[in-house]
Design a binder for this molecule. Sequence first.
Ligand code: ZN
Length: 342
Amino acid sequence: MLLSKSETDLLISEISRELGAKRDGGNKNLVATCPFCGKAGKFGVYIGKETERKKPFMSHCFSCGGATYTLDQLLSTIGRPDLGVTQTADLKAPLEPSLLFPLETEEEIDDTLGIVELPDFYKRCFSHSYLKGRGFVYDDYEYFPVGTTGRLNFKFNDYVLFPVIDEGDIVGYVARHVMAKSEIEAHNRKAKFQGKYPIMRFRNSTENDFIKLLYNYDAVLPDETDTVIIVEGIFDVIALTRKLELYDNTRLAVVATFGKKISQTQIFKLQRKGVETVVIGYDGDAVEAIKKMATELSPYFEVFIADITDSEKDWEDLSYDEIYTVFAYGLKTPIEYKINKI
Ligand SMILES: [Zn+2]
């Protein structure tokens, strides 16, 4: 159920009165005496914005563990089922996700994620010769945690590992071998004949499907970041953030979809944080993928395409001036893009 602001405000004030609750410092919880066990100051009712794991009006007692998960459960627990909100059309209310995603099958968007452990002996680093070679500067290590397992975990010898973070939790990692793609390919061609093991360019986590993840998702701030640039991979996110100096820009963020396509779950994750405009920043060679994605995104966002005209290049290869030109003069609407790119 999605509530309008006036409904939410009314519920918060009624629930506060019923429980004799106070707001916590961050204004995200009501703190009250527990209706289950009677302990004072241990019962929290979440009243912040909806997040990955928290829904408004979820409640929990830190003393007895009593909890409610829906508004209706909470209202009946505190003896005020009369406050239950009957759904009426409210034109000012934000749209419910089910209205935004009219899936014929009524299948739910599964955005649940498990927390993932980084490989044994993972240690964050702030300097690395491979990353230096790819242009990393101090801020990159600071804003985009990366590490290695040293020589202690042979499976990840010669890999750099990027945790994928979502609402502060580690939900995956990308491990990239430190050899260039062409070197790896050359090595693997030889290895095949010599009966040696091939080198895997990536050894990523497998617990959560990457179609449910976005790299740099936490840089998208709810109802503050209105524009998101969508790129293919981690190195694109970091290169664009560095070259456009977006580290502390809260209105504009860069996220990666881990490939040349976007899933309904990834769209939902951006929609839910209030993103209004998206700029597709896939590599210049991804013309068909970009056209398809522009069509998929158009019902939900204002869509632009940052057209890298040189199909050989990605964001890491482009200079600041080239990137500036793309964003200042080269943004195309989906229709312009489809007409111009054959
Ligand atoms: Zn309790």
